[in-house]
Every structure is written in C-alpha cells, then in structure tokens.
Design a protein. Structure first.
Length: 420
C-alpha cells in the first residue's frame, strides 16, 4: 500500500504508516506462522523513530506498550492502538507535570509515576530510543532485566572521531570517552553526545549481557523528522533557482530512512538478534552529487540548477563556520571516514534500504502538512502562555526550515562565490 499525499497532509502520519506497513486484521498480519507474536515495550515511542516503529510492529501483529512522559502527545497524539504508561524514566525526578495528555492524574495520590510501573512486567523485547544518559539507561534496564531482549538505539557519534579510518569504520572502531562519566549534559556544542551514547551502550550491556542489541544509526531521515537536516535539500530544490551545492559531487553520503530503520528494529525483535550494528546505508556510500540531482529531479517543474561551491572556497571564506550545510560533511581530516561506515553486519541481519527517490518524494508530500501542524502548535503554545500570563515560547518562524542556510544567506554566498 502506498502512503498518499492526502494521508500525510491530514496529519495522520502514524496511521498512514501503519496502513503502509500492511495494517489489516490481526489474522491477516499473522498469517505467516514463522513470526510469533511479541510483546514489545518502547521507551519513548512518540517522537520521530517511535511512532514509525510502533506502526511497523503493529502491522506485523505484535503487542506494543509505550512508556513516556506524555508531553509530546498533548500536541502530537499517537494515533495507534497501544498500551500507554505515563511517567518519568528518571528515578530521581518526577514527570514534567502531573497530568498525561488526557488530563488525568498519573498516580492515585497525585504523584507522577515512574519506573515502578514496570515492576513485575516482562516483555519479549524492549526498544530504548529515548536513553541519553547512562544512569537513566541503567535504571530502565535493571527495571526490565527479566525481559528477553533490550535494543538500545545508539549512534555512529559514539565512535571517537580521531579513530575512524579514512575508508570507514566497523563496529570494532574505538568509542568516544569522557573524563567525567557522571556528567548529564550534552555540552554547549553537543560535544558529549557521542561519549554519553557510548556509556549508555555499556550500561545496557552490563545489565543484559548477551541479550543486548546495540544499534548505531547514522543520520535518520524521512517523514516526521523534526530537525529538517535531510528535508532541507528536497524542499530547497523544490523552490527553484540557483541552489548552492557545497563540496564535490564525489563526496560520500550515508543515511537511514526512518521506515527502513523501524522495520529492521522489529525484525531484530522477531529474530531475537543480538550484537552491535552500524545502521546506515545505502549498501555502498552514495555520491553527494547523485543525491542532490535526485532532489532536483523530485521537483522537475521548479527548474532548479545546482551551483557547486568547493569545500576549499567555503573554508577559505569562513562559510563552513558561518553556515550549516546539513547532512553533508567534508570528507577531510578527522571526518574522512564519517560517511563511509561499514554496514555489512547489519545487512547480514536483514537491514535493507529503499531508493533515495522514495524518501525524497515522501518528504515532499509530508512537508506541507508538517508546516501547517507546526503553525498550529505554535499558535496553541502562544495562546496557552497568554492564558497563564507567562512569556511566550521561544520559537522560530513555523514556516522556516530548521536547518540549512536561509534564502538570503544562500544568495549572499553564491554572489560572493561568483565575484571571487
């Protein structure tokens, strides 16, 4: 079944993906007797990866429970039939407020619930896509240690940059470290993100041992992505005119479509696959130029023309520091192997990749509805602040991309490039 533009524009992304994954009746989904029904817990489940994973699991006939604070569901409801457990996974902190998205108290005496809700519960598989600090991951894993499998979603950022070989690293590449493993902040430049992910991996393995599965995705892209990092390129190409293309057409690029990642996570749960995996594709690193040309081809009537600006020129004129060109990373120095990671182990475990054109076309269909949703959420937050007499939330223009140079900044760079 194809995800239609109408499905995406209505805002029912999770429901549309459920249908696209084959969401029919339970008997139809479970016709394949080689796929036993699994009880799956997702820690999180309402952000970017979560709803797509829920949809993929339901479409395969599995029973899904989600555990989260309920904050995001107040503005972006999870429109799928799952068991909800609301609370904070941090055993030292209460939930952000004492009411779930339905307005009901989370605890009979008014106190928000936490990991104690999971006491005595056993799942076939736990998927942790919301663990960023090792103390919290350890607490969650210990609360669920009788479950069969714990899949922790890490990141290729867990590798130490300086140790990634120029031809790309495999799962044995040394991991990032940090002097203070108790630190619970990403840092002002997100400098501790990768080190914390590596520590979270270790926390998972310390509790689950051989039953742990560590998944290290690269850039996760596709419908539902709140960062706009990959989305910037097809949306920019759809606007026409001269489009700044940084670097060289031969630069490598790797990513993972969220739908491919979610389907594979469910397969890992079904197969009981353990170990550590780099989760990004395509099978061989793509050429940056081919990806940008595909972005142009996705909006043929726009008449977009790529204007290549070499890395050396951007660096010489300080544009690599002044402007962010999302997803693309110059393959030099410590980043020479960044978009060349080996993914043989994941492919052997069943990870597959859809054509980039599929990702681009789906993003372009999803984008108008996402803009409308962002505008509505911004209006709602402003109205709530006015009622409470609090300062309005800090939010950018709802219609603006959250990544990539603005139109004015892009034009200024191109004008400077053309004049030398």
């Amino acid at each position: 079944m194809t995800i239609t533009r109408r499905d995406l524009l209505r805002g029912g992304l999770a429901a549309a993906l459920f249908a696209a994954c084959g969401g029919k009746t339970a008997s139809q989904r479970m016709a394949n007797k080689d796929v036993p029904k699994k009880k799956i817990l997702i820690l999180g489940g309402t952000g970017f990866i979560g709803p797509v994973t829920v949809a993929a699991a339901l479409a395969r006939g599995h029973e899904v429970t989600v555990f989260n604070r309920g904050k995001r569901e107040k503005t972006r409801p999870l429109e799928l039939p799952v068991e909800h457990l609301y609370g904070n996974r941090d055993p030292e902190m209460p939930a952000d407020d004492d009411k779930g998205p339905d307005g009901k108290l989370l605890h009979p005496d008014g106190r928000p619930k936490g990991l104690e809700q999971l006491a005595g519960r056993t799942f076939d598989c736990v998927i942790d896509n919301s663990g960023f600090y090792p103390r919290l991951v350890k607490a969650s894993a210990e609360a669920l240690k009788t479950s069969g499998q714990y899949i922790y979603i890490s990141s290729i950022s867990a590798y130490a940059d300086a140790t990634i070989p120029p031809n790309g690293g495999d799962e044995n590449t040394p991991l990032a470290t940090m002097d203070d493993p108790t630190l619970e902040t990403m840092g002002d430049q997100m400098q501790w993100y990768g080190s914390l992910k590596a520590l979270c991996e270790k926390a998972t393995q310390n509790v689950f041992g051989a039953r742990a599965t560590i998944v290290r995705p690269g850039f996760i892209v596709g419908p539902g992505d709140p960062t706009d990092r990959f989305t910037y390129w097809p949306v920019r190409a759809s606007k026409g005119g001269d489009m700044l293309a940084p670097g060289s057409a031969d630069d490598p690029l790797q990513w993972i479509d969220v739908r491919d990642l979610a389907a594979w996570l469910v397969k890992l749960a079904e197969d009981g696959t353990h170990g550590t995996f780099n989760a990004l594709g395509p099978s061989q690193p793509a050429r940056w130029g081919d990806v940008l040309n595909a972005c142009v081809a996705a909006s043929p009537s726009a008449g977009t023309k790529l204007v290549w600006v070499p890395t050396e020129w951007l660096d010489k004129h300080g544009k690599l520091e002044d402007e962010s060109f999302p997803i693309w990373i110059p393959p030099v120095d410590k980043f020479a192997g960044f978009h060349r990671f080996n993914n043989d182990r994941a492919e052997a475990a069943g990870l597959t990749f859809r054509p980039v054109a599929d990702t681009l076309n789906t993003l372009l269909a999803w984008w108008p509805g996402e803009l409308a949703k962002r505008a509505k959420i911004t209006q709602q937050l402003v109205a709530d602040a006015q009622l409470k007499g609090t300062p309005p939330p800090k939010a950018g223009e709802p219609g603006a991309l959250r990544a990539g140079p603005s139109a004015d900044a892009e034009k200024a760079i191109l004008d400077q490039f053309r004049t030398g």
